[in-house]
Design a protein around this ligand. Structure first.
Ligand code: COA
Ligand code: ZN
Length: 313
């Protein structure tokens, strides 16, 4: 049987949060409704952050209220603090994705508080809401911080342990600015799976230095079966200097599909949506397979080839 890999589409959250131009609420809703038909395990719809910090996602309540939820798809939302949790509770998401950074400097830059304060605030969210909604925690900058450099594996394991002790369902290990390399990814994935065998572990890569797909592969080969991806390879944290797009969902899915994994995703449904994305954000996007077509999408040979085939028979 083919090995199942579960994808979480983050384009309308990570993908849009750093875009310069506001994407209309109608467009966001239509995009999520289209993505809901493609076979994703999860869609990260939006984030309940301060509208001043992330103006692009200031319509979080409206988007969550208007999307058509497809059976079998989980709709998750990013929550940075208690205020965000209170807002998110009102719209009944299938999961809270809490966020803090494994790097002190990135946490201060992104969430404006030290990691310990973030942890206390998130613990309060878990204590208040954890019985009503499953909790995932995204740990940012797990492989490297653009301001501090390499983040030691021990830091990631320690913060993971603190959240595991609070009974969270899952952890997402984020390479926020594409600083991870495949050997490091394999090492951390092995250590995490050994230490937390019953946690849902998701890997979240950015392709900032072209290592995104290599990192996905390195993680898959250690047994990781959950990934975040962003349509078109859009994305990035506005409070991490030098951040750029996530691993492109369609490129990662295409690669795993070609290798024989079962991603559950119908690329004939997904690629046309990816091809609409440049019009939505008004610029080109990095994803490659939407431009090139799949490896099974063949081209007609030049006309003279038919003659050459006869000549050389
Ligand atoms: N939703 C809406 N408004 C919020 C909020 C939330 N979750 N959290 C705080 N606010 C508002 C406060 O009401 C306050 O508003 P006011 O200025 O009108 O009084 C303002 O934001 C500042 O509140 P404060 O508690 O001082 O927050 P802060 O300035 O320390 O910011 C965060 C904390 C986490 C809310 C903010 O930095 C943030 O949203 N960052 C975005 C992180 C992010 O999504 N990064 C990318 C993804 S990793
Ligand atoms: Zn990200």
């Amino acid at each position: 049987m083919r090995q199942r890999i579960y994808f979480n589409e983050v384009v309308t959250r990570d993908g849009f949060q750093m875009e310069a131009n506001f994407v209309a609420t109608d467009t966001k809703v239509a995009l999520i409704d289209a993505l809901s038909q493609c076979g994703y395990a999860k869609i990260e719809v939006t984030s309940f952050t301060s509208a001043k910090a992330i103006p692009m996602l200031r319509d979080a309540e409206e988007v969550m209220g208007r999307i058509q939820r497809a059976p079998g798809v989980e709709y998750t939302v990013l929550v940075p603090n208690v205020r965000g949790a209170e807002r998110a509770m009102e719209v009944n998401p299938d999961e809270f994705n809490l966020v803090m950074s494994a790097s002190e400097t990135h946490n201060l830059s992104n969430l404006r508080m030290p990691r310990d304060k973030s942890f206390s605030s998130l613990r309060e969210v878990i204590e208040k809401c954890g019985t009503q909604v499953p909790i995932n925690v995204s740990l940012s900058a797990c492989f490297g911080c653009p301001m501090e450099g390499v983040v030691p594996q021990q830091e990631v394991l320690q913060w993971s342990e603190r959240f595991a002790d609070l009974g969270v369902r899952g952890l997402t290990i984020c390479d926020t600015t594409g600083m991870a390399q495949p050997a490091q990814v394999a090492q951390l994935c092995e250590a995490l799976q050994k230490r937390f065998p019953s946690l849902q572990l998701t890997l979240h890569f950015h392709n900032t230095r072209g290592m995104g797909l290599a990192n996905v592969l390195a993680a898959v080969q250690t047994g990781i079966d959950r990934f975040d991806g962003s349509l078109g390879g859009l994305g990035g944290c506005p409070y991490a200097p030098g951040a750029s797009g996530n691993v492109s969902s369609e490129d990662a899915i295409h690669m795993l599909d070609a290798m024989g994994y079962d991603t559950g995703i119908d690329l004939t449904c997904l690629l046309p949506i990816a091809r609409e994305l440049p019009a939505i954000v008004a610029h080109d996007v990095p994803g490659q397979v939407a431009k090139s077509g799949r490896i099974t999408d063949l081209h007609p040979a030049p006309e003279y080839v038919a003659q050459l085939k006869k000549d050389f028979k």
